[in-house]
Design a protein around this ligand. Structure first.
Ligand code: SAH
Length: 244
């Protein structure tokens, strides 16, 4: 027994320590629980032709703090497998879709990756964990700035973010080993096809805003030809165009 300190005070102190440790642990355990949901959705989606999520991508999802990329008042939902609003009528994508798109892009550690539609920055953080460098473009200034700040604060320092219309890609940094487009155009932007490296893959939802869009994977062959695979039906916010 520690001298002079009333037992109740010790208990209170221990209780406080415990609750802050739990606060930390909760996100960890919620993130683990989300992995189970992702495995379940992966099993179901296989029936519709989607490839199963790989173990490495689940390990990456288990490392990235999604709660840091959602508005504070929605953090308690951060580890549910669903999209959430992030302001400016945009959303952070559903974790299953982030995992699926990342898997389909087959990114390896020296790859240079382009993302169109930074949004919250979460997808860029996931890519940052497995790629050499990540370039990401957001058309809405408020979102792009906030995501860039969050990514820097969390130490994702191989990510470079800028504001602009991603339709035109990022010619100065091309070619890209992988391109992920996280907003849906009606047709695949020609500049993005040009900026894809030979042997590279582009993962992109294609279709009109009020229709079901198709998640497609394009791979560029040695002879420059492009092969397109349809993966599954998805729903994304539209890829908007800069008026200028
Ligand atoms: N990848 C994001 C989710 C993006 S939601 C995440 O992980 O949170 C799609 C985003 O694409 C929105 O933020 C939207 O503003 C942006 N967007 C739409 N059209 C765009 C364009 N032409 N260029 C760049 N970003 C665009």
């Amino acid at each position: 027994m520690m001298a002079g300190i009333p037992r109740t005070l010790l208990l209170v102190a221990a209780g406080l320590g415990l609750s802050s440790a739990c606060g930390q642990m909760n996100y960890d355990s919620e993130r683990q629980a989300m992995l189970e949901e992702l495995r379940e959705e992966s099993r179901q989606s296989e029936q519709y032709g989607a490839p199963p999520l790989s173990e490495p991508i689940l390990e990456v999802i288990a490392r990235v703090p999604r709660h840091e990329f959602v508005p504070e008042d929605l953090r308690r939902y951060a580890y549910e497998n669903r999209p959430l609003p992030i302001g400016a009528q945009q959303t952070i994508s559903q974790p299953y879709i982030v995992a699926l798109m990342t898997d389909l892009a087959e990114v390896t550690k020296d790859d240079v990756v382009l993302e169109i539609g930074t949004g919250s920055g979460y997808q860029a953080a996931v890519l940052s964990e497995i790629a050499g460098r990540v370039f990401t473009i957001e058309i809405i200034e408020m979102l792009g700035r906030r995501a860039a700040d969050d990514l820097a604060r969390l130490g994702y320092d191989n990510v470079t973010a800028r504001i602009g219309d991603g339709y035109a890609g990022w010619p100065d940094e091309a070619p890209f080993d992988a391109i992920l487009v996280t907003a849906a155009p009606e047709e695949i932007p020609e500049p993005l096809i040009e900026q894809l490296a030979v042997g590279g893959r582009m993962v992109i939802p294609v279709g009109a805003e009020d229709e079901v869009q198709i998640l497609q994977v394009l791979s560029k062959q040695e002879d420059g030809r492009v092969i397109v695979h349809n993966v599954t039906a998805v729903r994304f916010v539209p890829l908007t165009r800069d008026e200028n």
